[in-house]
Design a protein around this ligand. Structure first.
Ligand code: MTE
Ligand code: CO
Length: 425
């Protein structure tokens, strides 16, 4: 298991497509169950957990995962975390399944640490181009009609370290600035209606109550479409790390706009040109111009297993490949998987609900013949957008960018099942 990602100076490892060999026998049915040698004590002897009663119902008032899952945690990358107050950690995607991220494993991105706010002291203010400026308490907000929605949140900087070559060795680090939970909250349009947006109102500024006072301009059209002011995730109150007691939900759009610890919404007639929409979260192109206000997250996918932190340990034979796909344009229509670096593609099986602007889980089951593989996945969304290769992205946008890298990821599987982040050309 590779736990610590390394910082490559250039490309972590390059491969030429010409050097590829085949890798799998797709037909045939290698058995997944194994014949256990007679006399295995785990079968023939009574174990402690089978003999003695365990903890009672008073021992764990708030449940936590098994002690044997202690390694399934958010992790940071030391060289990216000069100052933990303004930093990021990553969702352990390689250990998860399904489409919902457990609350305690959702990656965190803070610009000034975690604000600890007593909900009784929290207020949400609406001002600017409205008929009636308003201030809501948490209790006030809970009197609006509630909605439950599952959405992914992806930081625009997810995969940002990979623009110039394969670098971080694990999907937790290359793709782990994403999570997907069920939000409960009220529609932004319902609370804006209460204040009455004037006809001049075209933009909404969302402001956080943390020490960074995070501010982003959101077009009124999006605000009135599907944005939510959420107070719960996965059925319980938001976690402090995710903006307790209140956060803005901006479905399908870059995570930076999802202001946590939301304290103020100002209606205006133009964007405010805040730091986070001018010097940050813009993409500097090769010609010196910058793409700005690139809000919707592009169609993207990644194979979460096998991956560098989840190597193949069972040897050749039946192998389950699993991954995640998502798009800021809606649902995922199809995911293709390749085991030979993009020469041949197979349609993966999407399993579980296919919800708009949520993660989609896919699988591809195959018989591994023990030869080296170059695993790739390519997602196609409901609007027909196809996830590009990294080289196609670089040709279009140059290599100055940090944000909005949705290129196809390649994992190299060696004959011994070890997996590594590579690029092929
Ligand atoms: N809101 C506030 N108030 N302060 C912040 O630092 N970080 C933003 C956004 N909202 C931030 C914030 C960024 S860059 C991202 S990617 C998401 O929150 C991260 O959300 P998460 O911590 O729930 O994963
Ligand atoms: Co971010």
């Amino acid at each position: 298991m590779t736990d610590t990602p390394s910082k490559g100076t250039a490309t972590r490892r390059g491969f030429l497509k010409a050097g590829l060999t085949g890798g799998v026998a797709l037909a045939g049915a290698a058995a997944a169950g194994r014949a256990v040698a007679a006399g295995d004590p785990l079968i023939t002897e009574v174990q402690d957990w089978n003999r003695y009663p365990g903890d009672g119902v008073d021992a764990r008032p708030y449940g936590t995962p098994s002690q044997f899952e202690a390694g399934v945690v958010r992790k940071n990358v030391a060289w990216l975390t000069a100052d933990p107050i303004s930093s990021v950690n990553f969702t352990p995607l390689h250990e998860l399944d399904g489409i919902i991220t457990p609350s305690g494993l959702c990656f965190e991105r803070h610009h000034a640490g975690i604000a600890e706010i007593d909900p009784a002291s929290h207020r949400l203010m609406i001002n600017g181009l409205v008929d009636k400026p308003l201030v809501f308490t948490m209790a006030d907000l809970k009197r609006f009609p509630r909605h439950n929605k599952v959405y992914f949140l992806e930081c625009a900087a997810n995969s940002g370290m990979e623009w110039r070559g394969a670098q971080l060795n694990g999907c937790q680090f290359t793709h782990g600035m994403i999570h997907c939970v069920m939000y409960t909250g009220v529609l932004l349009k319902d609370i804006l209606a209460e204040a009455g947006v004037t006809t001049a109102g075209k933009w909404v500024l969302a402001e956080g109550a943390d020490a960074s006072a995070m501010t982003r301009s959101i077009p009124l059209e999006k605000a009135l479409d599907d944005c939510m002011v959420a107070f719960a995730m996965n059925g319980e109150a938001l976690r402090p790390e995710q903006g307790y007691p209140l956060r803005l939900v901006v479905p399908g759009w870059e995570g930076n706009m999802w202001v946590k610890w939301l304290r103020r919404l100002e209606v205006g007639d133009q964007p405010w040109q805040q730091r986070e929409e001018t010097s940050k979260y813009t993409d500097l192109l090769a010609n010196g111009k910058a793409r700005r206000f690139t809000w919707a997250m592009d169609v993207k996918s990644v194979i979460t297993s096998p991956s560098p932190q989840a190597p193949i340990t069972h040897g050749r034979g039946r192998t389950v490949l699993s991954g995640l796909a998502w798009s800021g344009n809606g649902t995922i229509k199809r995911v293709d998987v390749s085991v030979d670096g993009g020469r041949n593609w197979h349609t993966a099986r999407i399993d579980g609900p296919s919800l708009s602007l949520a993660l989609h889980r896919f699988y591809y089951e195959f018989d591994w013949d023990g030869s080296e593989l170059f695993l790739q996945s390519r997602a196609i969304d409901e609007q027909g957008f196809v996830q590009p290769t990294k080289n196609a992205l670089r040709a279009a946008r140059g290599e100055n960018s940090i944000y909005h890298n949705n290129g196809i990821q390649t994992w190299h599987v060696s004959k011994d099942g070890v997996v590594e982040n590579v690029e092929i050309s």
